[in-house]
Design a protein around this ligand. Sequence first.
Ligand SMILES: C[S@@+](CC[C@H](N)C(=O)[O-])C[C@H]1O[C@@H](n2cnc3c(N)ncnc32)[C@H](O)[C@@H]1O
Length: 220
Amino acid sequence: MKRNIITTGDGSKTIQIQDWEEQYHSVHGAVNEAYHVFIDKGLEYHTNKAIRILEIGFGSGLNALITLIESGKNGRVVDYTGIEAYPVSIEEVLQLEYIETLNAEAYRKQFFEMHKCAWGIKTKLTSHFTFLKQKKDFQEISDTSLYDLIYFDAFGARVQPELWTEIVFDKMYKALSANGVLVTYAAKGSVRRAMQSVGFVVERLPGPPGKREMLRALKV
Ligand SMILES: C[S@@+](CC[C@H](N)C(=O)[O-])C[C@H]1O[C@@H](n2cnc3c(N)ncnc32)[C@H](O)[C@@H]1O
């Protein structure tokens, strides 16, 4: 499917899938959304100093990059796994200009290493950040108690309803350790009910700019 680079409401860029009229991030602000949903409501909320993160949809690597930047500021030790079936190209990553937008020159080498490193091999990017990407379909995830925090960043239920089901959230629930947390930008009632039906306790939180609410699901 054809992908374009577009500029969002906060001036940062994202990828748009033309045929689906769907974006990798919010059109109201890619960086603002990523920080609000995944850092403020996810990483900052979880209390583990050493934390294992699973990202559902590595995509452009924006969430991984801001996690690398933020964990470096406060001494968190991160073990990051990104799942992706349809990787973006290095040309697209360059056009997104995330290093420039985030003023993150100190992390340029590590960010491109995320994109260029081999699938399935864990890489130590800094003394506090290890990174693994797996090229597979989300439906193939069968891990048990392996992660503390999940960034659930799939395309919306409008275009991929099969990813917002009890079957997938059951996999997420099982993949989390006790006291695990899942955050997502989505807020639909059907999504919340699917999460609850597999055992999550779900909170509705204020959403990023342009969105009233988002969800945080807890494995208690
Ligand atoms: C909303 S985008 C993720 C954005 C990403 N978190 C970022 O920061 O750029 C959703 C991602 O899921 C991937 N994807 C879609 N369906 C998938 C599937 N069934 N299995 C694995 N990856 C999938 C897409 O290729 C895309 O990169």
